[in-house]
Ligand binder design. Structure first.
Ligand SMILES: O=P(O)(O)OC[C@H]1O[C@H](OP(=O)(O)OP(=O)(O)O)[C@H](O)[C@@H]1O
Ligand SMILES: Nc1ncnc2[nH]cnc12
Length: 192
């Protein structure tokens, strides 16, 4: 990558956007499902995705240390570990209920198309850790708020949320008390 560029090149962003796919009425009627999986089928796009998040985070957090990348099951697991490894920081998963051993904190939440339960291992991170939460998309924001709830319960500080996509019309960001970065925003996507 080019050392002094603080944002990803517009051609990388366009290349990533060009493979996104929309599926009307999936998984339920009335939902327009945004599929980002084609990015992972092409290693050069996968690399562009990871580099774009890394470049963004390194530009924003020069003075402050990121302790962990926290990924949300399941699609946050496709990005989080690769990003954490590239940045040389730890990775911690937040999982759907019943998957994690040991003492866990738990929360029930509503998302755009249903209800779910999230858990986080209490021993995963020391209190006061600074984390970035990553997922593929923010829709209603229910999932992101559930992650905030769990991280608050173990006294971990969220520096920001990073998403690949957002559904603007659902305004999911409104109840989040920290910055949100969206790599391929739906607005720009629509212009393309
Ligand atoms: O902003 P919200 O309305 O809460 O929706 C966003 C969440 O919904 C999807 O996860 P889903 O629970 O469908 O994940 P899965 O791929 O693990 O089934 C998506 O990957 C986000 O995590
Ligand atoms: N419209 C959507 N597309 C993909 N993932 C989602 N998760 C919640 N809403 C979604």
């Amino acid at each position: 990558m080019h050392g002094h560029h603080s944002v990803s090149s517009q051609s990388d962003i366009q290349a990533l956007k060009s493979v996104l796919h929309k599926y009307p009425n999936f998984p339920v009627k009335g939902v327009l499902f945004e599929d980002f999986l084609p990015i992972f089928r092409d290693p050069s796009l996968f690399r562009k995705l990871i580099n774009a998040f890394k470049t963004h985070l390194e530009a924003v957090y020069q003075a402050q240390k990121i302790d962990y990348i926290v990924g949300l099951e399941a699609r946050g697991f496709l990005i989080g570990p690769s990003l954490a490894l590239a940045m040389g920081v730890g990775f911690v998963p937040i999982r759907k209920a019943g998957k994690l051993p040991g003492e866990c904190v738990r929360t029930v939440y509503e998302k755009e198309y249903g209800k779910d339960t999230f858990e986080l291992q209490v021993s995963a991170m020391p209190p006061g850790s600074n984390v970035v939460v990553i997922d593929d998309i923010i829709a209603s924001g229910g999932t992101a708020i559930a992650a905030q709830d769990l991280l608050n319960q173990i006294s971990v500080n969220i520096l920001e949320y990073d998403f690949v996509l957002e559904l603007d019309f659902l305004n999911g960001k409104k109840n989040l008390g920290c910055p949100v970065f969206t790599l391929l925003s739906e607005q720009e996507f629509a212009l393309h």
